[in-house]
Design a protein around this ligand. Structure first.
Ligand code: SF4
Length: 397
């Protein structure tokens, strides 16, 4: 009976994947015919940068897994990567520090994600474009005219809403950020919020928020794909564009507009320090013995138990490290209002009400410690009893 059920389940899953594969293939064909021709052939670019076909195929395997797709999708991921540079992108800057652009564009040793980002077709990006003033404005107007409904709008930064949006004016005509964002997003195929400022308002929206800064979704009443983080991981942006090329439309999102494949699990669920948390081994203060031994950072403020993101799996700086690996706790930067709800950043949250809604980690840790101590005591008791019996038996003999 169990065997029949599992065979039925396999059939259903295989059928579902076949349907997705067909859908993906049809969409990639459509993109192939609709998108503007590539400026450079992606295979030539990889060759020029010294990336072998083998490395590219290895990357497609990793990316397919990151997108939580089965291995049969690897050829589709490869096809989407080859079309990556053909997606027109209009990148808007609102109230922000440009750290997200920095995080996405700077690299010491470019891997394939970085090469993809280098080849992206940026029709408009205020920080990177050579044009300024009226000339820049014309670039934006041309992009909206040439690719209506076909470009991806990326927004970096929060939108101030107070005083009719006049806390932020842009360009030679002095339009408000709110006006520019409204105009551009209304003509885009999809709007991606890059970073927590455009996703949720972030530090600009922290209390008392005098400019009434808000994320794009709240400011415009729009469904956006929120690549949260301060800064976000570039791989989550690359994956979202690949998903758009493969399937069209938005990926599956959580209740806060974040792609489930990237933000479906807590930092705590993938953390390499988790065994120490489970064992009740905590860093009590910076530089103590526990810090040297790589113990859990909860007591020095880690917000990993309340924060949903894949930082520990994909890491930063060419996959070399991430904050917890480097010795500082997670600050919860992929969660809305983290400046207000997670502060002070180097102290634990005493209240259980945030995020996953679980009991405080202190209490859990205490429970675990009690259970561990009880376990050790029981084990010691049982061992003593066995030894005593062994000794009794030996004495009798
Ligand atoms: Fe890792 Fe932080 Fe969880 Fe400790 S509390 S296991 S450091 S995520």
């Amino acid at each position: 009976m169990a065997h029949q059920k599992s065979a039925h389940y396999d059939r259903v899953v295989r059928k579902q994947y076949r349907e997705w594969l067909d859908r993906c293939s049809v969409h990639l064909d459509r993109m192939d015919s609709e998108l503007p021709p590539p400026v450079e052939d992606f295979r030539d670019v990889l060759k020029e940068r010294g990336v072998s076909r083998r490395s590219f195929l290895k990357w497609t395997s990793i990316m397919t897994g990151t997108l939580m797709l089965p291995p049969v999708f690897k050829p589709m991921v490869a096809r989407a990567a080859e079309q990556f540079s053909r997606v027109p992108v209009v990148w808007l800057h609102m109230a922000e520090c440009t750290g997200c652009s920095e995080a996405l564009l700077r690299t010491s040793y470019p891997n394939i994600d970085d090469i993809l980002l280098d080849t992206i077709s940026l029709e408009y990006h205020e920080t990177l474009m050579a044009a300024s003033g009226y000339q820049a404005e014309q670039c934006l107007e041309k992009a909206l005219h040439d690719f209506p409904g076909k470009f991806v709008c990326v927004v970096e930064g929060a939108i101030p809403l107070a005083m009719g949006g006049r806390y932020l004016t842009l360009g030679p005509k002095g339009k408000t950020g709110l006006e520019v964002a409204r105009e551009v997003t209304s003509k885009a195929a999809m709007t991606i919020c890059i970073g927590s400022c455009s996703a949720f308002g972030n530090v600009q929206a922290a209390k008392p928020n005098p400019t009434d800064a808000a994320g794009v979704g709240r400011a415009l009443g729009l469904q956006t794909v929120n690549i949260a983080g301060c800064p976000p991981n570039p791989i989550n942006f690359v994956g979202t564009i690949l998903h758009y090329l493969m399937f069209g439309g938005l990926p599956a999102l959580d209740g806060l507009g974040r792609p489930v494949w990237a933000y479906g699990k807590r930092i705590h669920d993938y953390c390499e320090r988790r065994p120490h948390y489970d064992a009740g081994e905590f860093v009590e203060e910076w530089g103590d013995d526990g810090a040297g031994k790589g113990w859990c950072l909860y007591k020095v403020g880690c917000k990993g138990p309340y924060t949903f993101a894949n930082c520990g799996r994909v890491r930063f700086n060419d996959g070399i490290s991430w904050p917890i690996m480097a010795g500082h706790g997670c600050i919860g930067c992929t969660e809305p209002n983290f400046w207000d709800t997670m502060a002070p950043l180097e102290k634990p949250i005493q209240d259980a009400a945030i995020g996953g809604g679980e009991a405080t980690v202190d209490r859990i840790a205490m429970g675990l410690t009690v259970a561990t101590v009880a376990g050790i005591a029981a084990h010691a008791g049982a061992t003593a009893w066995v030894h005593r019996n062994d000794n009794d038996t030996a004495n009798k003999e």
